[in-house]
Design a protein around this ligand. Structure first.
Ligand SMILES: NC(=O)c1ccc[n+]([C@@H]2O[C@H](COP(=O)([O-])OP(=O)(O)OC[C@H]3O[C@@H](n4cnc5c(N)ncnc54)[C@H](OP(=O)(O)O)[C@@H]3O)[C@@H](O)[C@H]2O)c1
Length: 334
């Protein structure tokens, strides 16, 4: 059995090494899984570039999710049994043919669930569900703004907010992506590399979901309605900051906020980090995973699988994501 180790920060061609692994026995609350496919998230790209604080020291196995079959269970595990097909939210460790994970981050899935769609549910749909249903509770007819709408979390937010009958504004960087956003259910799609979205939007936004950071965050806050909520859950733009000066400049571009102003304007800023939720509120993560699994089983959502790569093509998959070429979910098949 093998795992893909991140051994060097930087260029994807030199970053990864396939190494043999000898899995440990699961602890009492753990499940051992023989992995069929592993998901790739933008956070993995950030980790590979050396910009992810939570990434374990190198050599490390990154990756937030895996689909596979239960091989062994610890003595306290009740919700799954050997042979079950499962989805695992892995706190790193996902790029591996064998995953050991706590029971509280694992959910059973059906035999016929498409593997790429299943991978989309662990991190991207669970994050989106947490953001729009737990953290902000988007209401019918509210206006929402979803940045990077063609991405994995963006697709999930669009489909979930559509289910809530919200009016959806999305942004993306190309016409192809805008067309895709429309197909996913967005009402208004804006190319934010060509136009200033904050000027294009002519009505107040009730809930903004920002994964880009820097001045994109500040502009999103600017278009918020009274009673509006803004969810900060990423800073993809910061990957363009290659030195301390540009990092500081982009950091300052977020803007400065004071609680008194939040009260006066009745606006809320909500930070979301699913790793922290997984660590400190595992029952909430499991709740989100179960909800999105059920929504897929009821055909209420339909994750888009951009591409499943062969595991050997991990560098190519990373390059495509970094170059903004991917839409929806991507992953690797073992
Ligand atoms: N806080 C959490 O718990 C949590 C959980 C999951 C994901 N996230 C965050 O959510 C965001 C989306 O994650 P994802 O895995 O679904 O990725 P993704 O959206 O599929 O891919 C990232 C997208 O970000 C946009 N982007 C903007 N600036 C970019 C840049 N400088 N370089 C590359 N892409 C850029 C691109 O879309 P356009 O071409 O349309 O600009 C790109 O396709 C990321 O910021 C990620 O870190 C956070």
């Amino acid at each position: 059995m093998q795992a893909i180790y991140l051994v060097k920060f930087g260029n994807s061609k030199n970053a990864f090494e396939f190494r043999d692994i000898k899995p440990d026995k699961p602890k009492d609350d753990e499940v051992g899984i023989i992995v069929e496919a592993s998901g790739i998230n933008f956070a993995d790209v950030v980790a590979r570039l050396g910009n992810y604080r939570d990434c374990p020291p190198l050599p490390a196995i990154v990756g937030y999710e895996a689909v596979g079959r239960v091989d062994k269970i610890g003595k306290n595990v009740k919700s799954v049994k050997v042979g079950d097909r499962v989805l695992a939210f892995t706190r790193f460790g996902g790029y591996s043919q064998y995953v050991l994970q706590k029971e509280n981050a694992i959910a059973k899935i059906s035999e016929n669930m498409d593997v790429g769609k299943a991978l989309a549910l662990a991190t991207q749909y669970s994050t989106a569900f947490y953001a729009c249903s737990v953290a902000t509770n988007v209401l019918p007819n509210e206006t929402v703004l979803i940045h990077a709408g063609a991405g994995g979390v963006g697709t999930a937010l669009t489909q979930l907010c559509k289910l809530k009958n919200a009016k959806i504004y999305t942004t993306a960087s190309s016409q192809k992506k805008l067309d895709y956003c429309k197909q996913q259910g967005a009402d208004v799609c804006i190319n934010y590399t060509e136009k200033d979205f904050s000027k294009e939007i002519k009505e107040p936004i009730d809930v903004a979901f920002d994964s880009l950071g820097a001045d994109n965050f500040r502009k999103s806050y600017k278009v918020l309605n009274r009673g509006g909520r803004i969810v900060a859950y990423g800073a993809s733009m910061m990957t363009d900051a290659h030195n301390l000066f540009t990092k500081a400049k982009m950091g300052a571009a977020f803007g400065v906020y004071h609680p008194a102003v939040f009260i006066m304007e009745s606006r809320s800023l909500i930070g979301v980090n699913m790793l922290r939720i997984a660590d400190y509120k595992p029952e909430t993560l499991k709740y989100c995973m179960k909800q999105v699994i059920q929504l897929l089983e009821e055909n209420k959502i339909n994750p888009h699988v951009g591409k499943m790569y062969a595991a050997q093509d991990i560098a190519q998959a990373h390059d495509d994501m970094e170059a903004r070429k991917t839409m929806g979910k991507i992953g690797i098949i073992w």
